[in-house]
Design a protein. Structure first.
Length: 300
């Protein structure tokens, strides 16, 4: 294995936390991966990886070397792409993390267009609401709503969406329709929480130049957007969500908007990616394409 390929193997091991998985991607035996890493560490005169029974983590020197390897590999890919101006010449795989609603409504219906432009790029999609470790899981970019708590990520704005409060007709028949924010203390909400940080999110409303957070009581909390909407459809309580995500239910009457006179802050839809290196061309192409289709869908 040449020096560049050893760098590629090293970055894969760091991204995946596993010699076995990295070796599998490169179609080499695990023993060969171990030998290559041992030779690389001997050549550099430092330990790059800490191996435990559960996973593999970079040492402080390994983390520094990882950052430089990422830049080197991205530069090489850029140089190779520059030698052939055809977009079809770009090849490789993309690992993308998508919110389920965005995948279903915005991205998957038009993904064939991206494939037609770049047929040599393979796409692996992980759809869900959990907060992912982009570097640790080897994910190239994710699409999420709201400002990220992880300041190490680079954010590319894709759109801005508005949120509304809604409930099922059955819930409103039982508990009444709230007319002002103070009414919420007499209502129930479907709770939404983050598994990674044990955060339960309140309802948020615009109050002049500031925001007002209201914690509405409730007997159920969920951690996925699909369960959140389904709980509302079952009449378990009020929810606050981007309008586009429940548009079909509003149109059918399965959900009804309430408190329409009280606006929620508009929230950004972002493509997030690690800032450790410049993006490989295929990642930039995909994010540029995302910006196109989100502009078409939302018009902002």
């Amino acid at each position: 294995m040449d020096r560049l390929e050893s760098y590629r193997l090293f970055t894969l091991i760091v991204n995946l936390g596993s010699f076995t998985r990295a070796a599998g991607i490169l179609n080499i035996p695990r023993a060969s991966a171990t030998h290559v890493m041992k030779a690389l560490e001997e050549r550099l005169g430092t330990r790059l990886l800490e191996r435990t029974t559960r996973n593999v983590q970079p040492t402080p020197d390994g983390r520094k070397f990882y950052e430089r390897c990422c830049r080197i590999l991205a530069e090489v890919e850029d140089a190779e792409a520059a030698m052939d101006s055809s977009a079809a010449a770009l090849a490789g795989s993309l690992r993308i993390g998508l919110h389920g609603t965005h995948a279903r409504l915005v991205i998957l219906p038009r993904l064939a267009e991206f494939h037609a432009r770049h047929p040599n790029i393979d796409i692996n999609i992980s759809a869900g609401d959990r907060l992912v470790d982009l570097v640790g899981e080897g994910i190239d970019c994710v699409v999420r709503i709201g400002v990220p708590r992880d300041s190490s990520l680079v954010a590319r704005p894709l759109a801005v969406v508005s949120e509304i409060v809604a409930a099922s007709p059955a819930y409103l028949a039982r508990f009444g329709t709230p007319r002002k924010l103070e009414d919420l203390e007499h209502h129930l909400a479907v709770g939404f929480f983050s598994r990674n940080h044990d955060i339960r999110y309140p309802f948020v409303f615009a109050d002049g130049n500031q925001t007002r957070e209201i914690k509405v009581p409730g007997w159920i909390a969920v951690d996925t957007a699909d369960c959140y909407k389904q709980a509302a459809l079952q009449g378990f309580g009020l929810i606050q969500v981007p309008r586009f995500g429940i548009a079909e239910h509003l149109d059918s009457g399965a959900l009804v908007e309430v408190l329409a006179g009280f606006s929620a802050p508009r929230v950004p839809v972002l493509a997030l990616y690690p800032q450790h290196s410049q993006q490989p061309p295929r990642v930039r192409l995909f994010i540029d394409w995302l910006a196109e289709i989100y502009k078409d869908y939302f018009g902002n």
